[in-house]
Design a protein around this ligand. Structure first.
Ligand code: NDP
Length: 381
């Protein structure tokens, strides 16, 4: 039986994690659940899973949650700092980091320092502070097991392989809803169009990041930190069917890939069960019905955010952190219909160009760079 803290239980990854827990009551028990604002769903989750504590980050919803859970054994906490309390809850083995954006950094750091295994969905943590997070995890003897489907695929391909045997990582990308649109048409795309992802149903922020390919840039940085490779060793391969979730090419030319129908419950369950595997009654691949799989090179003219991410990864220091901050500002503005897609890209580049690299930053530097990056992006916006 593994005891879980689930940070961000009301989101796309959070609800799918609970679906995995629901299917394996003999394997998993949830000790804490946290939500941003969605009090209704948090209450229903608490009534079903009976956690020891829940956190509602939005303090204005505290009374509502406390009242609904009065008379139960669930403690109700509120506010941003309580997210860290949930992440270090006594008795938990694994913390699922399913919160979106930079807001996920503090609770992930707290969980690592408390020695919890991390089932990592919040990729922004590694984008903004990967050079600090990985050594911290090592120092604390903590495993970080990826939930992101691509990184789960790479993680699975690497099992049993000797260190130093990786030549490159083939990071697959669906290409998103705008994969085939010409450059001129991209200037007029709307958030509603961007939110119609061809293969995955996800939270709004990551769905927009997928449409702009910023998400793939983040994943490239995430892969560098998780698997100890350089940006030049990560090749993005557009693969519209999203059946190959990523592959690893080894020094002898052998390539191992992981294939499955696109269903996030598989990588979530894999991360929670590791090093075991459990049955999952999700779909199965039928190679005869698939017939063919397709691969394309990414087009960084139409999707410059991918190129920005490579540039940020090469520069290192605080640049990836500023890039992430600008993306959070621009992504939201695009969702609100305030800016066009080209302008979104422009805001990110503008912010990166005004950010000093700063070698070997501290966590405090990252928090400051996030603030500064947001300020630059908002002013430009
Ligand atoms: P969602 O937007 O669906 O969910 C985010 C969760 O975080 C919700 O529970 C939300 O609460 C909570 N939250 C948001 N902001 C805050 C805040 N400031 N303070 C406290 N809680 C907050 O996101 P996803 O589930 O799609 O993504 C989560 C993470 O997983 C992201 O980093 C994403 O990149 C990554 N990921 C997601 C995948 C997917 O398929 N969705 C695939 C691979 C990675 P509430 O809703 O109650 O406000």
């Amino acid at each position: 039986m593994k005891n879980l803290s689930l940070i961000g239980s009301t989101g796309s990854i959070g609800t799918q994690t609970l679906d995995v827990v629901r299917r394996h009551p003999d394997r998993f028990r949830v000790l804490t659940l946290t939500a941003g604002r969605n009090a209704d769903l948090l209450i229903r989750q608490a009534q079903e899973f009976h956690p020891e504590a829940v956190v509602i980050a939005d303090v204005t919803r505290y009374a509502e949650v406390r009242e609904a859970l009065a008379g139960t054994n669930t403690e109700v906490l509120a506010g941003k700092d309580a997210l860290c309390e949930a992440a270090v809850w006594p008795g938990a083995d694994t913390v699922v980091t399913a919160l979106v954006g930079f807001a996920g950094l503090a609770s992930t750091v707290a969980a690592i320092e408390a020695g919890r295994t991390i089932a990592l969905a919040n990729k922004e943590t590694l984008v903004v502070a990967g050079s600090l997070i990985m050594p911290l995890a090592k120092k604390c003897g903590v495993d970080i097991v990826p939930i992101d489907s691509e990184h789960s695929a790479i993680f699975q391909c690497l099992q049993g392989e000797p260190q130093g045997s990786v030549e490159k990582i083939l990071l697959t990308a669906s290409g998103g809803p705008f994969r085939t649109l010409p450059r001129e048409a991209l200037a007029a795309v709307t958030a509603a169009q961007a939110l119609r992802h061809p293969n995955w149903t996800m939270g709004e922020k990551i769905t927009i990041d997928s449409a702009t390919m910023m998400n793939k840039g983040f994943e490239m940085i995430e892969a560098c930190h998780l698997f100890g490779v350089t940006p030049a060793q990560v090749e993005v391969v557009v693969h519209p069917e999203s059946v190959i979730h990523s592959a690893v090419q080894f020094v002898d030319g052998s390539v191992k890939a992981q294939l499955a129908v696109p269903d996030m419950r598989l990588p979530i369950q894999h991360a929670l069960c590791h090093p075991e595997r459990a049955a999952l009654d999700a779909g199965r691949i039928n190679l005869f019905r698939l017939g063919a799989l397709h691969f394309e090179e990414p087009d960084t003219e139409r999707f410059p955010c991918l190129a920005y991410a490579y540039r940020a990864a090469e520069q290192g220091g605080l640049v990836p952190c500023a890039m992430n901050a600008a993306n959070e500002v621009a992504n939201l503005a695009f969702r609100q219909g305030m800016i066009s897609y080209p302008r979104l890209c422009d805001i990110i580049l503008h912010t990166m160009e005004r950010t000093p690299v700063v070698a070997a930053p501290t966590l405090d530097d990252c928090f400051a760079a996030d603030k500064q990056g947001r300020a630059i992006a908002e002013e430009y916006l």
